[in-house]
Design a protein. Structure first.
Length: 166
């Protein structure tokens, strides 16, 4: 966790957050992101305005698993108490539902493809997905082929391993 004050000055970095920094650097992420000061300030500055329009919104950045073999998420959330404007930025492995929006955007998945991948994450078979969405199994199969092509995966298992950290 990275603690950022209301003045956007980093007040502290936990040992666990500091341990993530080399992975981000080795993954080829730009300098602003692996520097705790800039990552925290960027997320902190986005958090407060988002809360005015969408209570519960927590801005997040997901960094692809280029080197570390796992996706990394930076997520900001304001701390309660006194309106100080302090923000905690959590650095963690990004998997599952946390990762799906960033994963879909990164690979250019369509909303329908993202929906299907979400159903796959929930453990549904193609036939069940087709039934839930009112589509044929062949249409689901075509969407999955497009997802595999975009993500350079060859199977459902490989795709889920990327998304679920398996």
């Amino acid at each position: 966790m990275i603690l950022v004050g209301g003045d956007h000055v980093v007040r502290g970095v936990t040992a666990q957050a500091r341990a993530w920094l080399p992975e981000l650097r080795d993954a080829g992420v730009s300098d602003w992101l692996f520097s705790p000061q800039w990552a925290a300030v960027a997320l902190a500055s986005e958090t407060l305005p988002a809360l005015d329009t969408q209570p519960g919104a927590r801005p997040m950045v997901c960094v692809p698993a280029a080197h570390a073999g796992r996706w990394v998420a930076l997520q900001a959330q304001p701390l309660e108490g006194g309106g100080s404007g302090d923000v905690a930025v959590v650095v963690q492995a990004a998997t599952g539902e946390l990762l799906l929006p960033a994963f879909a955007a990164w690979y250019g998945l369509t909303p329908r493809e993202r929906c299907i991948v979400g159903h796959l994450q929930a453990g549904l078979a193609q036939k069940q997905i087709a039934h839930r969405l009112g589509l044929s199994r062949y249409t689901i199969s075509d969407h999955l082929k497009a997802v595999f092509l975009k993500t350079q995966t060859c199977s459902r298992d490989e795709l889920m391993a990327i998304l679920c950290g398996g």
